[in-house]
Write a protein of this length. Structure first.
Length: 351
């Protein structure tokens, strides 16, 4: 497979947008989960929705960070002026605008949130909500840019071997180390998530440096092999390890990595062909992720907290009433008004 800087990786674009949009399905699912204490909670619960939500939680953000690492190095190879500043604007401007001016609405209507003093609200990241991933990305960008020459040397490596052997162990180590540093958020960083997800972002960087082997691995055969491996690990975990044991946690992280790779391979194959509609969905996905959680909270607080409908019916309605209005808002306003695009996407004009 020949690649160059002009290659458009439609399948990976589709992956990135899919993992962002799945945030709607995940966060709406938390409302109807049987084992979560989220911002808003319904008395109508569903064990099936709970299983779907827990399943998405195992791989969605891991896959997103991996794809982010890939596109970061792809953009870096184009050697644009002010590259790092441009990347940071793309994440920090939407982070600060949405976090400081939109998230307070979400926090106000959240059942388990009470506003503290302004100092604590800002310093300890109480305003962050679902935007923690952008804070982490900003630091990943800086670190990866500083060590870009080292990353560029990471060639002729086996992507699958690194992903399936090293990443689960390093990610577990990151979670363990975070317990001795700081528990919780600080400004716009989530320390435990910061250390945990960095290895997935770095794996994405390595994937680009070994792009031919990476793309070659994104096929249905990989999906099948990962699925069979997951089934084996699930049986080993449930048979040999207690729920709170270290072995159980390590195997769970191996399962997360297998799911991450298989999900990327699956969605890559689905979205590998260029499509006008897929392009629009991909461009809108960032706006959708930024705004979806506040809208979910407002919809539930004003409408669905008072309705007696079954969990699945309400779940489907909230997902629909979240996705399509934000998608329309992006197409109608974000893409047409430079100031709105700057605040929500970190740049103005065409890219």
């Amino acid at each position: 497979m020949k690649t160059n800087l002009q290659t458009r990786y439609h399948g990976l674009d589709f992956c990135r947008s899919t993992f962002m949009i799945l945030g709607i399905f995940y966060h709406v699912g938390l409302i109807y989960s049987t084992d979560n204490d989220w911002r808003v909670l319904s008395t109508e619960t569903s064990s099936l929705i709970t299983k779907i939500t827990n399943y998405l939680h195992l791989f969605r953000m891991e896959a997103f960070y991996l794809i982010s690492g890939f596109f970061f190095i792809l953009a870096l190879t184009k050697n644009k002026n002010n590259f790092l500043a441009d990347r940071l604007k793309r994440v920090l401007i939407p982070l600060l605008f949405c976090g400081l001016f939109i998230n307070p609405i979400m926090n106000f209507f959240s059942y388990n949130f009470s506003f503290s003093n302004n100092f604590k609200y800002i310093l300890y990241g109480e305003w962050l909500g679902h935007l923690w991933f952008l804070g982490n990305l900003s630091l990943y960008f800086i670190i990866s840019y500083l060590f870009r020459n080292t990353i560029k040397k990471a060639k002729n490596l086996n992507f699958l071997m690194i992903g399936l052997i090293a990443v689960p162990i390093i990610s577990c180590a990151g979670l363990f180390i975070s317990k001795f540093i700081y528990k919780g958020n600080f400004l716009f960083f989530s320390i435990d998530k910061l250390l945990y997800f960095f290895c997935y972002f770095l794996l994405g960087c390595i994937a680009y440096q070994n792009i031919n082997s990476f793309i070659k691995a994104l096929n249905y055969k990989t999906v099948i092999l990962c699925t069979l491996s997951i089934l084996i690990l699930l049986n080993l975990r449930d048979y040999y390890f207690h729920l709170d044991s270290i072995g159980n946690k390590v195997i769970t992280k191996y399962i997360s990595t297998l799911l991450t790779i298989s999900a990327i391979a699956f969605f890559y194959r689905i979205g590998s062909r260029e499509s006008l509609l897929m392009g629009k969905i991909s461009r809108a996905s960032y706006t959708i992720y930024l705004l979806h959680q506040p809208l979910i909270i407002v919809l539930y607080a004003f409408i669905f907290s008072k309705t007696p409908y079954p969990a699945w019916f309400e779940y489907s309605l909230i997902v629909t009433l979240t996705y399509f209005p934000i998608y329309y808002f992006h197409i109608r306003f974000v893409e047409r008004i430079d100031k709105v695009k700057f605040l929500l996407n970190g740049f103005s004009g065409k890219k």
